[in-house]
Ligand binder design. Structure first.
Ligand code: ATP
Ligand code: MG
Length: 315
């Protein structure tokens, strides 16, 4: 089976308990939950049985141990997660507003996560990789950008493939070279997985079809547009396949896009037809939102298949 690798932020997430809760005053919190978009992605891929490993860094502390242990339990290769003394594991505090938008307080660049590098363990992991997945949120510093771009080059040089989810988090994406890096990653991507408005960050077109056509003409093989509770649409040069989501009670949307992407990419790598890969991805995204905490809604393939067999389509 093909092995997939991602590189980037490994964090714990700490969540405000109440909707609309402000971080300007003390209040009840939930967590720590293991998190970080590439960690969620790799954890979900591993849970589906895909060989998957992560390049990143944590502190020599309980938050770091929580993350490594969770990824190991899910079956991921954690050999390229560096453990640093002197820096704490990265954190993300999140509160949900009444309009369903999210407000984050991140500590990434100045945490152990900021020490990410292509060290010997990362080089070894990449030597065995067939595919690299890049999250836009992982391009949080010049150093992190260098790691992502070098991972892409290594895997592409031996005929491997690349997927890219912009996963825009305005709070963290202040690296000077970030915009150029987003464009560079997209230019190397075989699979592009934007959600909502992210599609239009990379195109001058005003509608979905126009933007998709422009990106396909620029060499992206396929575009998978995530649409929250409405499911997703897959586009390639043959046309579009729309797939409605599954009806679930959403308790926490964070992580849905990462679980969706991991499932789609894992099944794409196995040669599964796009319509079927989309169905499994929709199921993983739906299951992800049924649990508080971004990695708590990661389930093994058997559970996902049982959910598909019995789950209610959103339409
Ligand atoms: P993230 O918050 O992880 O960045 P995203 O914006 O990248 O998420 P979404 O479109 O929110 O991605 O969700 C990804 C997928 O998860 C959707 O395409 C859908 O399959 C599934 N999903 C998300 N929310 C729901 C929901 N409320 N009900 C059912 N399925 C959902
Ligand atoms: Mg996302």
């Amino acid at each position: 089976m093909k092995k997939l690798v991602s590189a980037g932020e490994i964090l714990v997430e700490i969540m405000a308990e109440r909707i609309g809760q402000s971080f300007l005053e003390p209040g009840p919190l939930l967590g720590p939950y293991p998190s970080g978009a590439p960690a969620i992605f790799i954890g979900q891929a591993a849970a589906l049985g895909q060989p998957a490993g992560l390049i990143g860094a944590v502190g020599d502390d309980d938050f770091g141990r929580l993350n490594i242990e969770r990824l190991r339990t899910l079956g991921a290769d954690v050999s390229a997660i560096a453990v640093h003394t002197g820096h704490a594991t990265g954190t993300a505090f999140v509160t949900y507003r009444a309009d369903a938008s999210r407000h984050f307080v991140f500590n990434i660049r100045n945490s152990a996560a900021g020490l990410i590098e292509t060290n010997a363990a990362a080089t070894k992991l990449l030597a065995g990789a067939d595919h690299v997945h890049v999250m836009g949120s992982s391009l949080f510093s010049d150093r992190a950008i260098a790691v992502a771009l070098s991972a892409i080059e290594t895997v592409k040089a031996k005929g491997g493939t690349v997927s890219f989810d912009p996963n825009i988090r305005r709070e963290i994406m202040q690296a000077s070279g970030m915009r150029a890096a987003l464009d560079q990653v997209l230019a190397r991507a075989d699979i592009f997985l934007p959600s909502g408005e992210e599609l239009f960050l990379f195109s001058s077109a005003k509608d979905e079809k126009g933007a998709v056509d422009e990106l396909l003409a620029r060499g992206v093989s396929c575009i998978v547009l995530k649409k929250g509770a409405a499911g997703a649409a897959y586009h390639d040069r043959h046309g579009v396949i729309a797939s409605s989501g599954f009806a679930v009670d959403e308790v926490d949307p964070t992580g849905a896009g990462d679980c969706f992407g991991a499932a789609f990419v894992s099944f794409w790598l196995r040669g599964t037809a796009p319509a079927e890969a989309l169905r499994i991805a929709n199921a993983c995204g739906a299951l992800a939102v049924t649990r508080k905490g971004p990695m708590e809604g990661i389930f093994p393939l058997e559970t996902v298949e049982a959910f598909i067999a019995t789950g209610k389509s959103a339409q």
